[in-house]
Design a protein around this ligand. Structure first.
Ligand SMILES: Cc1cc2nc3c(=O)[nH]c(=O)nc-3n(C[C@H](O)[C@H](O)[C@H](O)COP(=O)(O)O)c2cc1C
Length: 196
């Protein structure tokens, strides 16, 4: 009886010791998650009707990153048809709309997650300006987008030419009305990118 008790007590002590050792050592082990490598991430997005903002918010829930919204000096019309018409005109005439000053500086970050609605097959005007006017050389850029059925269309090709010298990672494109419920998709994407 005594033997049995002492044996099980020893094994209990052993188990407790192993658990305590694991708890003590775990934080010291090298982690693949980039946050522990001292890298800084920034989420920058433009959203006209809220879908891309919702997606950016989900990304922020999973990732320790700063976040900022790009705003044009002149807001786009609130009516859908007027907005579509202006966006088409700007795209055809290669207009880069002026932006309000950003509160954060891209040069302070290693990884920049850039989000936009798909407008006429490419990045919305304000994000085209943001991508053109900032230097992403040597940085990792992860695109994310919402769309109305077209998917990426020319967005992936266009971001490569707007951000010369950047490492463009795998992007995430979500159907606009699914954006607010794509948390699991966002998490899988961030894991594949080894950001979490
Ligand atoms: C001006 C404009 C142009 C659009 N062009 C496209 C397009 O070419 N392809 C597409 O799939 N969706 C297109 N859409 C739909 C948007 O990409 C989609 O609704 C998106 O989720 C909106 O994001 P937001 O709510 O963040 O503005 C367009 C919407 C607008 C307002």
């Amino acid at each position: 009886m005594f033997r049995t008790f002492s044996c099980s007590r020893r094994s209990l002590l052993k188990k407790t010791f192993s658990v305590l050792t694991a708890v003590a050592i775990l934080p010291l082990l090298p982690r693949r998650a980039f946050a522990s490598e001292g890298k800084k991430a920034l989420i920058v997005f433009y959203s006209w009707s809220g879908n891309t903002r919702a997606l950016a918010g989900l990304i922020r829930q999973h990732l320790n990153a700063d976040m900022t919204e790009v705003l044009p000096v002149t807001p786009y019309p609130s009516g859908y048809n007027d907005c579509v018409a202006l966006a088409q005109k700007e795209k055809n005439e290669n207009v880069f709309p002026a932006l309000r000053p950003l509160s954060l500086d891209v040069s302070d970050y290693d990884v920049i997650l850039v989000g936009s609605p798909n407008w006429w097959g490419t990045w919305a005007g304000p994000m085209r300006t943001f991508l053109r006017d900032n230097d992403f050389k040597g940085k990792t850029v992860l695109p994310f987008a919402t769309h109305g059925g077209g998917g990426w269309q020319r967005m992936t090709a266009d971001i490569a030419s707007l951000c010369p010298g950047a490492r463009i990672g795998e992007g995430l494109s979500v159907y606009g009305s699914d954006a607010a419920r794509s948390s699991a998709q966002v998490e899988r994407w961030l894991r594949r990118a080894e950001l979490i």
